[in-house]
Design a binder for this molecule. Structure first.
Ligand code: HEM
Length: 146
């Protein structure tokens, strides 16, 4: 179960990154071409936030229940905070991804309410940067299992 959810979490990362990049490029191009927010753009934002939420759900399963990294850290949080790789998953990864999730949802909501590509573009870009910064690039394989 642990390996299955971890592998899924590892690959869904690529879906989040690709959808986030396409969503933010489309939002910026809508802003600069001064066009209105179209249905495909709104749908893409919703798909981005849906896949993001799935990734958060998988992450929460790992964090609270399955991951030996976090469950062993919870037994001695003081020691975990002094260990950079444990601290990364217990605190930094969680914090960056929660911030990113909030930004994605604000972007989707603003775009829907105000027909505002600029607001979507700004929030998607900030979310994308937070995701990039929160991914454990050096501590996990790019393609788990290969
Ligand atoms: C609140 C949201 C999230 C939580 C609580 C969370 C939690 C975790 C935990 C506990 C691990 C370590 C698993 C282990 O090695 O035992 C992990 C790994 C990882 N997380 Fe997250 N995560 C979240 C969101 C995200 C998001 C949004 C992304 C990327 C879009 C992401 C990408 C990754 C990657 C790439 C790994 C390494 C997977 C591997 O070792 O192959 N996480 N996450």
């Amino acid at each position: 179960m642990y390996v299955f959810v971890l592998t899924l979490h590892s690959y869904v990362r690529w879906a989040v990154l690709v959808l986030g990049l396409v969503a933010l490029v489309m939002a910026w191009s809508a802003h600069f071409s001064r066009s209105r927010w179209t249905q495909p753009q709104a749908n893409l934002g919703r798909l981005f936030s849906g896949v993001f939420d799935l990734q958060v759900l998988l992450g929460v399963l790992l964090y609270t229940w399955l991951s030996p990294v976090t469950t062993s850290a919870f037994r001695d949080m003081g020691a975990a905070m002094r260990n950079p790789s444990q601290r990364f998953f217990v605190a930094e990864h969680l914090l960056m991804m929660v911030v990113a999730a909030v930004l994605v949802h604000i972007g989707v909501a603003r775009a829907r309410k105000k027909d505002a590509p600029l607001q979507a573009a700004i929030f998607y870009t900030l979310a994308f940067v937070a995701v990039l910064a929160g991914i454990p690039w050096g501590q996990a394989p790019l393609f788990r299992g290969f």
